[in-house]
Write a protein that binds this ligand. Sequence first.
Ligand code: SAH
Length: 299
Amino acid sequence: MFLPLARAQEKNMRTERNYWRGWLLVGLLVALAFHNTVRAAGGDRAPLTAVLGAMPDEVHLLESRLQDKQVQEHLGMKFFSGTLVGRRVVVAYTGIGKVNAAMTTTLVLDHYQPAEVLFTGVAGGINTNLGPGDIVLGERVAQHDFGEVSDQNFQTQPTDNPRTGQHNPLFFAGADRLLAVAGAAAQSVSWEQLVTTQGARTPQVRRGVIVTGDVFVASPVKCAELRTKFKADAVEMEGGAVAQVCAQQGVPCLVIRSLSDRADATANLDFKKFFQAAAANSAHLTEAILRQLAAGTTP
Ligand code: SAH
């Protein structure tokens, strides 16, 4: 008599245990479904910054310091994502020139939906008050080689936005918030010194006009033209394309350029001499900007 009673009690307890286990499983499944829905909507993700540069050596410093680094390939281009100084980032190099820059910017916007795009790298100096290593923050960025050529002259024209059918502005504006963050972040950077014939130089950082074209400029005549037509401070080969893609998609963008040369007759030699230190300083400033974005301290 005693034994069947004990067995019945044991059976009851087992049924009760299974009952609670069942509810636990349902609870877990509901939590998982909720988590995946929020994730798919991007809701539980911190904002992400895209960091682009033209050449591997312009982004390597940043890419090599990524935490939880993952590599993804889109159309054969590599994108490195992870965390840098507390900010979620995706880092890539675009390749030289406007077509490559536009292609990689489009891919990064489409696949990662960044909150902003930072472009870091070197440029030729056009403003005679600036020297190797100085940094220009692209307050205004234009394409100097888009326009109409006649026997008499070359007339610059604005590009078109195929989404709206309207003209783009000739100058794309750097995002105000990013310009302010960059200016403040510059105070905290430990710069690499550039040793020139005038001695070691600590970079000055200033806002300015950056012009872009599919040519390496090594010509004082072209420099004078870019100064007259655009009041350009620096010339390079990607920023205008990145700024155009970002403007057409409504994504804030800042082009950061450290001067490797003066775009003159010795530009090729200077480029070789100053490239590494100039590229490193632009990367250091980019990292300082990311630190401020991570901290949420907008000046
Ligand atoms: N000899 C190098 C040149 C690269 S092109 C090579 O073949 O690897 C120069 C790169 O640096 C471009 O990405 C451009 O954005 C920038 N740049 C630096 N100085 C420049 C200048 N004087 N004119 C145009 N772009 C310049």
